[in-house]
Write a protein that binds this ligand. Structure first.
Ligand code: ATP
Length: 202
């Protein structure tokens, strides 16, 4: 589904990765290793060189906003620009179901200023899912959540994988890759290597 070859920025790479439909890959590694920069480069938020393609279509032949709808990036700290939560959502299809799945069924009517860090994190994920992306690039999506909320989000992510979406997740939670059935990779100094017990990066 997502093919990355020789992806390079001044701080990371060259990096190769192939992500299949319905596959999860988890990236861990020390702080400052370049994990967020890798996700941002794939999403085309930072300039990069190399080959990135979705189902064989090169990234440069897809307009950037459309690319980011198909290959959605959720940063570790989400941005909010309007006063009310509902003003950040444009699509209504499946929205109430998604909000319910993350335990925030009533949150659309809330003020952004009252949101807790964990509520922001879960709502940012729902925001990314509203365009039904084929690939999800998630930067530490459960770092601020209590265990029951982690469980809700992981269940939601497993539903996404079952619907043939691909998932590339940066996590510092050592149990998360196994719970998501994810292949483990480690980033160190801008380079990717296989995690313990895993083969070489595809
Ligand atoms: N715009 C930038 N200009 C220069 N250096 C940058 C820029 N953005 C990030 N860096 C540096 O690149 C390195 C990798 O950053 P990155 O955010 O990808 O780390 P990370 O692996 O995601 O770390 P963490 O686990 O702490 O989130 C860091 O040393 C960071 O300071």
């Amino acid at each position: 589904m997502l093919t990355i070859r020789e992806l390079k920025t001044p701080l990371i790479g060259p990096l190769d990765l192939a992500l299949q439909a319905g596959e999860a890959v988890a990236i861990s590694g020390p702080s400052g290793a370049g994990k967020s920069l890798f996700l941002r480069a794939i999403a085309d938020l930072d300039e990069s060189a190399g080959h990135v393609a979705l189902d064989g279509t090169k990234r440069e032949s897809i307009p950037a906003p459309e690319w980011r709808r198909k290959v959605a990036y959720v940063p570790a700290e989400s941005g909010w620009w309007a006063d009310r939560v509902q003003d950040h959502f444009t699509e209504t299809a499946d929205l109430s179901s998604l909000l319910h799945q993350v335990g925030l069924a009533d949150a659309l009517a809330w003020e952004v200023s009252r949101l807790s860090t964990g509520e922001r994190q879960r709502l940012a994920l729902v925001r990314a899912l509203q365009t039904a992306p084929q690939v999800l690039l998630l930067d530490e999506p459960t770092s601020a959540l209590d265990p029951p909320s982690v469980d809700l989000v992981e269940t939601l992510l497993k539903h996404q994988l079952a619907a043939n979406r691909a998932l590339l997740i940066v996590t510092h939670d050592p149990g998360q890759p196994e719970r998501l059935g994810a292949r483990r990779l480690v980033m160190d100094k801008g380079q990717l290597k296989a995690g313990a017990g895993q083969g070489a990066p595809a």
